[in-house]
Design a binder for this molecule. Structure first.
Ligand code: IFM
Length: 469
């Protein structure tokens, strides 16, 4: 186990580097049918026998819908600059079109104002997977009409919150929605059809570009971008078969999204592979997808290792794995950032998610999670390495603020730096949260020239909030 002190990382980040924590609506809010919220595809998916490992659902989750103020105190107490959260589309517009739900909109209004009052910048994500179920009944993301409804939703949210949020992300991890949701079927809506999945991928990208154009036409003051889950893809061996499989996987995971967003075309090797499963693309779509953005968010957890013969044995590398069974591979983040910077005209990049699921140990009211602290510290170090090699990075955000509903894994896997006792909803900052707070304090000391007196006063108040947590 590495022991990494915050001071070891201090001088590596510029004063305007944005530090944050992230969550998503479905994973924490609960209040699944309260105040006019409509069902999402995940509400329905949770009811399918065997879909969720522990047979749970997110009806209550972390009850954040009611405990948001306490949670924002925790966010502020960490001393972060930014909080990345998502809006539940079916909470604010239950059917996906038609009437808007005032009570749902008011909730996000309170959340954003609560963040600003605490001196934390809101980073809003429009789509973190919880599509209104009413739209799925009409074909979901496979239908081109959903693209236009997404643009309406984006404009509606900008109208309510656009003047106060620092950033708007269109989609979180389109690969996951398309591939796990529509090709492999282990995520909502649970479809297993490659042609449908690729049509979904195309529509997600198209709706991203159209939303950016519409938001800008409406005078958006927020930075606009998308968040992708990306990894370096390595071949398990030097054999030609493994190399070819890894190359194709890189095409499907990385280049399908990066080439379209930054070069306005899909990669030819993936087009050849898909054959009749290629999506329908209308004239002008690719130019829309390549609409310039203000930032690119990258969610990084591990590398991907591909073997043509079947699943690669993660233990064969001899590296530690997380509770998700994901290999801990921080240098993959440096490799990925260098490659993106080299191969694409990227805007400022953030690591918008990074963190690990581990089994925590409770000891006299304290939650010990040295592996998570080590994971986070080593990945922050990997970002610093990329920056030293010339990659201009804008920020880093830990996944996740709270233990929460980890999709098909239910509540069994804990990613939070704050422990949640699901029996009574008690929140306890883990050692990793306290480490992050100390680390950010050390960063803050370096910023002293740039940080205004007002911000410093706020930072003082935040220390109190977490000390009492
Ligand atoms: O919990 C998820 C999150 O919703 C999206 N990115 C990956 C995380 C860990 O699996």
């Amino acid at each position: 186990m590495h022991s990494i002190e915050p001071s070891g990382l201090t001088q590596k980040f510029p004063p305007d580097f944005v530090w944050g924590v992230a969550t998503s609506a479905f994973q924490i809010e609960g209040a699944a049918a309260e105040d006019g919220k409509g069902p999402s595809i995940w509400d329905r998916f949770c009811r399918l026998p065997g879909a969720i490992a522990d047979h749970s659902d997110a009806d209550l989750a972390c009850d954040h819908y009611h405990r948001w103020a306490e949670d924002l105190d925790l966010v502020a107490g960490l001393g972060v600059d930014a909080y990345r959260f998502s809006v539940s589309w079916p909470r604010v517009r239950p059917d996906g079109d038609g009437a808007w739900n005032g009570k749902g909109l008011d909730f996000y209004e309170r959340l954003v104002d609560g963040l600003l009052e605490r001196g934390v910048k809101p980073y809003l994500t429009l789509n973190h997977w919880d599509l209104p179920d009413a739209l799925q009944c009409r074909g979901g993301w496979a239908e081109r009409n959903t693209v236009h409804l997404f643009v309406e939703y984006a404009l509606g949210m900008q109208e309510r919150l656009g003047d106060r949020v620092a950033a708007i992300t269109t989609h979180n991890e389109p690969w996951v929605m398309a591939t796990l949701g529509h090709e492999i079927g282990t995520f909502a809506p649970g479809i297993r059809d490659r042609a449908v999945a690729m049509q979904v991928a195309h529509h997600l990208l198209l709706s991203h570009g159209l939303a950016l154009q519409a938001l800008r036409a409406q005078g958006s003051s927020a930075n606009l971008g998308i968040v992708l889950n990306l990894s370096p893809v390595h071949a398990a061996t030097d054999t030609e078969a493994d190399q070819a499989s890894a190359r194709l996987e890189d095409g499907r995971l990385v280049r399908w999204y990066m080439d379209s967003l930054f070069k306005g075309r899909y990669p030819q090797d993936v087009i050849d592979f898909l054959g009749p499963d290629m999506p329908r693309i209308e004239p002008g779509d690719m130019d829309v997808i390549a609409t310039p953005m203000d930032f690119l968010g990258i969610n990084y957890y591990s590398r991907s290792v591909i073997s043509a013969a079947g699943p690669w044995d993660v233990h064969s590398s001899g590296r530690t794995v997380t509770d998700m069974g994901w290999e801990i591979y921080p240098e993959g983040l440096t490799e990925l950032l260098l490659r993106l910077h080299r191969d694409y005209p990227v805007p400022p990049m953030y690591v918008t998610e990074n963190g690990g699921a581990f089994k925590d140990q409770f000891e006299e009211g304290r939650v010990r999670d040295p592996q998570r602290t080590d994971y986070i510290a080593r990945h922050i170090g990997a970002v610093a390495d990329a920056m030293r090699q010339g990659v201009p990075m804008a920020g880093y955000m830990v996944w996740s603020l709270l233990d929460n509903f980890e999709w098909a894994s239910g509540f069994e896997k804990r990613f939070g730096i704050v422990h949640v006792d699901y029996a009574n909803q008690l929140r306890t900052p883990k050692d990793s949260a306290l480490w992050y707070q100390r680390f950010l304090r050390a960063q803050g000391a370096l910023r002293s020239q740039a940080v205004s007196d007002t911000t410093r006063a706020r930072r003082g108040r935040r220390d109190v909030a977490i000390a009492g947590a």
